[in-house]
Design a binder for this molecule. Structure first.
Ligand code: MCN
Ligand code: CUM
Length: 794
């Protein structure tokens, strides 16, 4: 295995990325010129507008709903309640994790913001006005807000809709070996335990969720423009829920203003828009507002964890154990592969060589919005990496060891790969030490520690935090991974036109990651057609092959592989056609960047464009070769890809105000072969900014009645350019051995790796106060409390 290490500097930044490396994004001209086309830009003749009435309370029985006044309101075309949906069998829908969720509440409301009724009217204002006229009588019930009380015997049962349900238990899950772990713990010199909370946060994409549904009763065809990261999977679900034939459903996901996992689940609003169009016979648009997005759509995290680590006195880590209480909200709407109810939390063993590991998890229902897997989480690897990187720092604190040295001592070694973890994950490749060393070199680690020591002498609070992570991205091998029975493979189709221009059709769906550029680059590299001559089509189920969509940074690992392989398939056919054109055998041809040359006679050659014309043109083709130059494949990955990274954060804490300032942040990422370094840096910068938000500012909190306290961007603070430093990045390249071009995913790496680095830095700054842990978000008040030894319960 070869790994190369590079610091990103203007004069040295592109160590052999894929050809056309840092090309500018093909999609940007339309975005910067206001020509993006988002769901809310879709205008259809006669289109009506839908608004949703949401529950103002967290838990209550619905006594009655009176819609008479709303129905009589000007411009109103339809008012629909859960009862009406129930008559069509549509009041409930399956979630992506096999639970059910109310489309519109019939019996009870189970979280503040839950969908209760909808109005379809001539315009958005008429629809919203009519909501005010719907009279709902609620019989209030006690809510369950804190997951830690959800299983108390006196807790009110939230999901009494489920047969025989008499508590708020959602599921249990475990991984690793409990007994072996116990043996290692019992014999260890040192055991450190820490309660660690990863609070509920929200991805808050710039564009909220919405849909335009257009059901044509004559054709029997439903067209649905919607904000979805997984158009094909959604289409199948609509077919199953609504009983519509799947070939009569077209899901179109146009430009999307950020997804971050928020646009993976199926929301009641999408189903309401479909029903609204069927009922009125007109196209219907639903667009939620910011508060609706924050209070009712897929949240992230909400894990209460107890971490334990066992080690020798000199710092050899032996085992990690954790107990997790997972808050899944009112419905289990988690979008994760079926066999993985806790997502990929099983990688909590991190980047270290352990003797044993064990996790036991209990998930509960509470009166909060459903969701759980979102916000660039790599299927809960955010929580796993936060746990392991925090607990390793707690161990360093206890052993009075330098956290960088402790990590260096325990990182997996290159000869151990492929490495099977104690919880059964097979890390495909990795070379961790150079990554860690590069981050330390860019940071000037020793110098920073000297500066910190001097500052401590003067009573100044400076902290240095480290996090090392390994991710598992690219779900996934279909033998292990499916969502509601749909295997997690991706299709890809490539058509080369007669003049040598090409169109590649993907089953994944970009939300800002730049797929139109990077997938053109992958195909260009394989087939020699310039990327500007290759259009990338995605986000339209009628015009792209089936696949499971974009999340868990799976596009590059799965569809990226599909794109490379479909291009090779076309190239193989082109080679046969070229052999006919040059009248030599296939074996006598050599492929070099866009042309087939006759071996030993390089002057005789045909370009891929020549071949494309011949494939479609006059004249005979070699025996058995059909005309045309196109291919389609479905790629089923043999394993996930395992990117890794080393992050170092430097903070200053104001001892007077407890304000944290992130002064420097060094991120060294290894995502294998790099396709477009500029896009990777953009992904990393964005994820690091998210990390600052989560570590220092963001939390979806609730009052004891279940009122969401993060219902607007006034209360739910997201970071701006003012809160973040100039990111310092570097990279190493350890290709994936099983991916056709060696690429691993990167889209969520920085969100996974940055929160522990920042928290570790703040805790390190507070070391003079004897602080060894504090929970996110590290707002001034929490830091203040921590300094005064009065950490509040989160
Ligand atoms: N890339 C590359 N070389 C690599 C790996 C990736 O050049 N070795 C490029 C890819 O070609 C792609 C981008 O980086 O253009 C991200 O690729 P990948 O890591 O495969 O992730 P996905 O495309 O599957 O994107 C999903 C990921 C997730 S799950 C979340 S959440 C998130 C993220 O992407 N949401 C985003 N980044 C986002 N960025 C934007 N702008 N908007 C979102 O909603
Ligand atoms: Cu978990 S957020 Mo992304 O996987 O769409």
């Amino acid at each position: 295995m070869t790994t190369t290490a590079h610091r990103v500097e203007p004069e040295n930044n592109d160590h052999k990325p894929l050809g056309h490396g840092r090309m500018l994004r093909k999609e940007d001209p339309r975005f910067v010129r206001g020509r993006g086309r988002y769901v809310d830009d879709v205008q259809l003749p006669g289109m009506l507008h839908l608004a949703i009435l949401r529950s103002p309370v967290a838990h209550a029985r619905i006594v009655s709903i009176d819609v008479t006044a709303a129905q009589a309101s000007p411009g109103v075309r339809a008012v629909v309640t859960g009862e009406a949906l129930g008559e069509q069998g549509l009041a409930w829908m399956p979630t992506l994790s096999g639970d059910v969720q109310a489309v519109l509440a019939t019996d009870k409301v189970r979280f503040q913001g839950q969908e209760v009724a909808f109005v379809v009217a001539d315009d958005r204002y008429a629809a919203r006005d009519a909501l005010e006229l719907i009279d709902v009588e609620y019989d209030m019930l006690d809510p369950v807000i804190d997951a830690r009380t959800a299983l108390a015997p006196e807790a009110p049962v939230i999901r009494d809709d489920l047969d025989g349900k008499s508590d708020n238990h959602c599921f249990d899950w475990e991984t690793g070996d409990a007994e072996a772990t116990e043996r290692v713990f019992a014999a260890a010199d040192v055991v450190v335990s820490q309660d660690i909370v990863y609070p509920r946060v929200h991805p808050a994409p710039m564009e909220t969720c919405g849909a335009v549904a257009d059901f044509d009763p004559v054709e029997g065809k439903l067209r649905l423009w919607s904000t979805t990261q997984a158009p094909h999977a959604h289409r199948t679900l609509y077919a199953m829920v609504a009983g519509l034939p799947e070939h009569k459903i077209q899901v179109i996901s146009p430009d999307i203003g950020g997804g971050f996992g928020n646009k993976v689940p199926i929301y009641p609003g999408y189903v309401c828009a479909i029903v609204g169009s069927i009922v009125t016979g007109k196209p219907v648009k639903w667009m939620e507002d910011r508060s609706e997005n924050l209070i009712s759509t897929g949240f992230a995290r909400d894990y209460v964890m107890r971490g334990e680590i066992a080690a020798t006195r000199d710092g050899k880590i032996l085992a990690i154990r954790t107990n997790v209480l997972a808050d899944h909200g009112a419905f289990n709407g988690t979008a994760a592969p079926v066999k993985y109810p806790a997502g990929f939390f099983g990688v909590f063993t991190g980047s270290y060589d352990l003797q044993a590991a064990y996790c036991k998890m209990t998930a509960v229902y509470t009166n909060k919005a459903p969701g759980g897997v979102a916000y660039a989480c790599s299927f809960r690897i955010t929580e796993a990496v936060y746990l392991v990187e925090r607990i390793v720092d707690c161990l360093a604190y206890r052993l009075e060891m330098d956290p960088a040295q402790l990590r260096l001592k325990n990182l997996l070694r290159p000869e151990q790969f492929p490495y099977t973890t104690r919880t059964g994950w097979v890390y495909d490749s990795g070379n961790y030490e150079p990554t860690m060393r590069l981050a330390m070199e860019i940071a000037g680690y020793e110098e920073l520690r000297r500066e910190q020591a001097e500052k401590r002498e003067r009573g100044e609070l400076m902290g240095i935090g480290i996090a090392f992570f390994t991710e598992a991205v690219g779900a996934g091998p279909r033998k292990d991974m499916d969502i509601l029975g749909l295997g997690m493979a991706d299709g890809c189709e490539l058509r080369v036109h007669p003049t040598g221009k090409a169109v590649v059709r993907l089953s994944v769906q970009t939300q800002g990651q730049g797929h139109e550029t990077t997938f053109a680059q992958i195909v260009a590299e394989e087939i020699g057609i310039p990327p500007d001559d290759i259009d990338v089509l995605h986000g339209d189920t009628d015009n792209t092959p089936f696949g499971l969509g974009t999340y868990g940074s799976r596009s590059t690992p799965v569809s990226g592989a599909a794109a490379a392989l479909v291009a090779r398939k076309v190239r193989d056919k082109a080679r046969i056609i070229a052999s006919g054109m040059l009248e030599v055998s296939v074996a006598d041809l050599e492929w070099r960047k866009g042309a087939f040359h006759v071996k030993g006679d390089p002057g005789r050659s045909v370009t891929i464009q020549d071949v494309a014309m011949r494939a479609h043109g006059a004249g005979d083709l070699p025996d058995g070769i059909e005309g045309g130059l196109e291919a389609q494949i479905c790629y089923n990955p043999s394993n996930l890809t395992y990117p890794h990274g080393a992050y170092i954060c430097v903070v200053d804490v104001d001892p007077g105000t407890a304000q944290v300032k992130v002064r420097r942040f060094i991120a060294v990422d290894d995502c294998g072969t790099r396709i477009n370094p500029m896009i990777i840096e953009g992904q990393v910068h964005g994820g690091l900014t998210d990390g600052v938000g989560m570590a220092l500012m963001e939390m979806i909190a609730f009052d004891p009645d279940g009122n969401c306290l993060g219902a607007s961007l006034m209360d739910y603070l997201i970071p701006t350019a003012l809160e973040v430093p100039d990111w310092e990045t570097g990279f190493t390249v350890t290709p994936s051995p099983h991916h056709p071009i060696g690429a691993k995913g990167v889209g969520e790496s920085a969100t996974v790796g940055s929160p522990p680095a920042i928290v570790n830095a703040v805790v390190d700054a507070l070391k003079p106060f004897g602080v060894s842990h504090a929970d996110m978000p590290l707002t001034p008040s929490r830091v203040w409390d921590a300094m005064r030894g009065a950490a509040r319960p989160p």
